[in-house]
Design a protein around this ligand. Structure first.
Ligand SMILES: C[S@@+](CC[C@H](N)C(=O)[O-])C[C@H]1O[C@@H](n2cnc3c(N)ncnc32)[C@H](O)[C@@H]1O
Length: 327
């Protein structure tokens, strides 16, 4: 039972991801801000100066404890109904995924509950969960993994139905993860990104400054909005830092490859990051529980191998597009 193996840190994170836990967390955070804000100016300036000396080149991850909880305010947004792991579990079931691939597995928490053939990729995992034989772990950076011609041999020719991107939280890495994954996905497949809705600017800095770190991966959502209007993009109001569901995938699309140099220049704009208020307020986000309950999933399941697959996929996308925003 994975739950029995969880570390205290995991239990706290899971608690924060529930509606009640989120409220308690917000309360504690407000109290902290009220107390720390007064004293924190000098310490904050010192810490920022230290963090600015970090070189991004060659970094595998920034999972170190920054030892500092930001006193910056979170933007106001509607209380989320589900945490990201609950979103993943719900979607895996709803999609009826035949295969699953996760980039960035850390301790294996989000990988541990999948029961279909799965692949996890992480250059520096700290696995504490029991992962069964149906899960193959690749200890390498995602770029290196995707460069291998036999990367997804474990799936034995079955198309990829579901993928989760939660690796390096810098947008150019996350963008490449998306570009590489889309080419492997089934037309009825779904990709979910973590950390797409940072709650303040500091959470989105490229050099980690906060304990809960989203990084600047939200820029990928902006890029996809502009350059891939064919995709269905649903930002999900999940705890703690929001997720993004992407459907209507097109494995044959090369639009992003052709524009990559220009897109990379946008991704690598240095700190400070300034996140558009609409993301921080989650204005276009939808309720993940409503998404999980959508009729779209049964249509997508039916579409697999069906003669009228395109029509069924179009109907499913119309269902997803009709889900109202939370604000
Ligand atoms: C936030 S953790 C993943 C948490 C996990 N998905 C979960 O929800 O339980 C991010 C992970 O991404 C990994 N990572 C960093 N750079 C990466 C890269 N280039 N490719 C794949 N994974 C990477 C880190 O080693 C770290 O374990």
């Amino acid at each position: 039972m994975p739950l029995l193996n969880e570390s205290v840190k995991d239990k706290i994170l899971h608690a924060i991801e529930t509606r009640t836990g989120s409220r308690l967390y917000k309360g504690a955070n407000n109290l902290w801000r009220a107390l720390a804000g007064r004293f924190d100016g000098q310490r904050r300036a010192q810490r920022i100066a230290e963090l600015e000396r970090i070189e991004l080149e060659g970094i595998v991850n920034q999972e170190q404890n920054v030892g500092w909880v930001t006193p910056d305010r979170f933007e106001k947004f509607p209380t989320a109904s589900l945490g990201r792991h609950q979103v993943l579990r719900g979607l895996q079931e709803a999609i009826g995924a035949r295969t699953y691939l996760e980039i960035g597995i850390d301790n294996g928490a989000s990988l541990s509950y999948v029961d279909m053939p799965s692949i996890g990729v992480d250059p520096a995992p700290h696995i504490t969960y029991d992962l069964g034989e149906h899960i193959q772990v690749h200890i390498e950076k995602s770029d290196d993994f995707f460069a291998k011609p036999d990367a997804v041999e474990h799936f034995d020719g079955v198309p990829l139905d579901f993928a989760f991107i939660d690796g390096m939280h810098l947008s150019e890495f996350a963008l490449r993860d998306f570009m590489n994954l889309e080419k492997l996905m089934s037309r009825s497949g779904v990709i979910v990104f973590d950390d797409m809705l940072p709650r303040n600017d500091l959470e989105a800095f490229r050099i980690r400054r906060t304990n809960a770190w989203a990084g600047d991966v939200y820029k990928v959502m902006e890029i996809l909005e502009e350059h891939r209007p064919d995709l269905v993009l649903l930002p999900l109001n999940s705890n703690p830092t929001g997720t993004l569901l992407i459907a209507n995938l097109d494995p044959s699309s090369r639009v992003l490859d052709e524009r990559y140099d220009e897109l990379e220049a946008y991704c690598t704009t240095p700190d400070p990051q300034v996140v558009a208020p609409r993301w921080k307020r989650r204005e276009s986000a939808v309720d993940p529980a409503t998404v999980i309950a959508s009729r779209a999933w049964s249509l997508l399941r039916q579409s697999r191998g069906a003669a009228d697959a395109d029509a069924l996929i179009d109907q499913a996308m119309a269902e997803l597009r009709s889900i109202p925003t939370v604000s």
